[in-house]
Design a binder for this molecule. Structure first.
Ligand SMILES: [Zn+2]
Length: 172
């Protein structure tokens, strides 16, 4: 890195772990003019490619909040939702730091589908795209399926937008 004051190549004086290991902090010095400054090295931020082609920073908290909302009154372990978000981040980083909004939606649906059908349908109702054909029919749920009460199933169905509700009715 060159000196911000004079443009001369700089030397690293000290390298340290920072932010609990999430960043590397470097103290730098310029042999040309004596300027000293600090740089931080962090993992590249994840970018979301929106449906219109617009890009914005990936908002982990917002995605997690959306999943939590879909699981309202459902018997879903919050750690499972964290795992879905982590998978979205993993895929985005694998694809070079950018991920499409449709792909995020699909990954969330795939994750929810194995956890809870009601949460799956609820989340699907928040997406602009229809449910992908290969996810439309319920598959095998885990052992937790027995714990979902009929009452909460009805609650979820009531709050699902019309399109998804029709699909839900077909399932039951
Ligand atoms: Zn300098």
């Amino acid at each position: 890195m060159v000196c911000p004051a004079c443009g001369h190549p700089t030397k690293t004086l000290e390298t340290r772990r920072s932010e609990g290991g999430a960043a590397v902090r470097r103290r730098r010095s310029c042999p040309g003019c004596g300027e000293r400054f600090t740089t931080f090295e962090r993992r590249e931020a994840l970018t979301v490619r929106k449906r219109g082609g617009r890009r914005q920073p990936f908002d982990r908290a917002k995605l997690l909040a959306g999943l939590v909302r879909a699981c309202h009154k459902r018997d879903v372990d919050p750690r499972e939702l964290e795992a879905i978000v982590a998978e979205v981040e993993r895929q985005g980083r694998r694809d070079g730091g950018e991920i499409g909004a449709e792909r995020i939606g699909l990954l969330c649906l795939q994750g929810l589908e194995t956890l809870d059908r009601g949460a799956f349908l609820q989340f699907a109702g928040t997406l602009p795209e229809p449910i992908p054909a290969d996810l439309e029919n319920p598959r095998n749920y885990g052992a937790s399926e027995g714990a979902v009460s009929v009452r909460s199933e009805e609650d979820a169905a009531r709050s699902i937008p019309t399109g998804a509700k029709e699909r839900a009715r077909g399932d039951s």
